[in-house]
Design a protein. Structure first.
Length: 355
């Protein structure tokens, strides 16, 4: 296994819940350090590698590091655990899933239980809801749960790990959006190994707390004060069953990076990215965002009196599940496009719409 692939598996399989990203950030930072000249983190854990740190013109490429998860919210006298969401976790997929409860000292395995089909009243059958899903950690009392070191506020993650899905796809939890962290790290590696000299400062940013409102991006944008920002995140592959192309557009995993049009996406910057894609004959798709992109693009765009920002997305199947699935070809094409754009970028370009 190549070093970058080892990094991918180690990084994706590590748990980095929103607000608790430190261990994953350390893995990411250790990997990227050889490819950058400077690095730093902020108070909440956003990690940044910098190439050409003395340059006046600053370019950000960014992904978010956090994954959705759960909080222990209530422990019954019988030892069952009820949860609250940490980010957009899906209660519908919880029953029968294995979980890790992260205590101060160790990880406690558990399962989301569910009543057997034999005892459920078919006429009144209830689906999973936030008030009826529960975790069993093999305890028979609240005191036994306490003795394990589990308390209200402990974070809970699913156990699933990254899978090579028959050669063409990766599937697993937390591709949203640690696959983005992998891609921006690979851009830094490629620039370093190809000895590319950039005429600007490049800030490779792995931000925390996107899943609860773009908070990490807000903080780091204020600190870096970039001139432009390129964000990578995921969007929906809408060709799988039960998706509506009328509502969500037509994006296909395996057909190239998805470039989004929207108010927070700077059109002149987006046009430059498209020129880089066409120059290299890279495939790409288009999407439209109503009002906001819902990604860290919005946080950067509306920071510091306005930062020209654009979004390069990876079409993903089954978002916010434990089997998020992405095309290996698309991952490579996103890396190609971001690296190519950086090689093409002239910091003297005028990004103003009106003079």
């Amino acid at each position: 296994m190549q070093k970058n692939e080892q990094f991918l598996y180690t990084y994706l399989n590590n748990a980095s819940p929103t607000g608790f990203e430190a261990s994953g950030q350390q893995i990411w930072l250790d990997y990227i350090k050889p490819f950058v000249e400077h690095h730093f983190t902020d108070n909440y854990g956003t990690a940044v590698g910098v190439i050409n740190p003395d340059a006046e013109f600053k370019v950000v490429i960014e992904a978010h590091a956090d994954e959705i998860s759960w909080f222990v919210n209530y422990i019954t006298e019988e030892g069952y655990i009820y949860v609250a969401r940490n980010g957009g976790s899906d209660h519908m997929i919880a029953p029968s899933m294995r979980v890790n409860v992260h205590t101060d000292e160790k990880i406690i395995p558990g399962v989301f239980g569910w009543p057997a089909i034999h005892v459920r009243d078919k006429a009144k059958e209830e689906g999973p809801r936030m008030d009826n899903i529960f975790i069993d950690v093999g305890a028979r009392s609240r005191q036994a749960v306490d003795a394990m070191g589990i308390y209200v506020g402990c974070v809970v993650t699913f156990q699933d790990e990254l899978l090579d899905l028959n050669g063409n796809f990766y599937s697993g939890r937390a591709l949203d959006n640690r696959i983005g962290g992998y891609m921006i790290a690979e851009v830094a590696r490629r620039l370093h190994e190809n000895k590319v000299k950039l005429p600007f400062g490049l800030y490779v940013v792995n931000a925390v707390q996107e899943e609860i409102g773009l908070r990490g991006a807000e903080m780091i944008a204020a600190r870096i004060k970039p001139n432009i920002a390129i964000i990578t995140d995921v969007c929906h592959d809408t060709t799988a069953p039960m998706y509506s192309k009328i509502i969500s557009g037509h994006q296909v995993a395996g057909m190239g990076p998805v470039l989004t049009y929207g108010a927070s996406v700077h059109r002149k910057l987006l046009d430059l990215i498209i020129l880089s894609a066409k120059k290299r004959e890279l495939p790409f798709q288009r999407a439209a965002a109503s009002r906001t992109t819902g990604t860290d693009t919005d946080a950067f765009a509306y920071s510091n009196e306005g930062v020209p920002s654009a979004l390069i997305s990876l079409a993903l199947k089954y978002m916010h599940t434990t089997v998020e699935t992405a095309s290996k070809k698309d991952i490579e094409h996103v890396i190609d496009l971001m690296a190519g754009f950086l090689e093409d970028l002239d910091p003297a370009f005028n990004f103003k719409y009106v003079e």
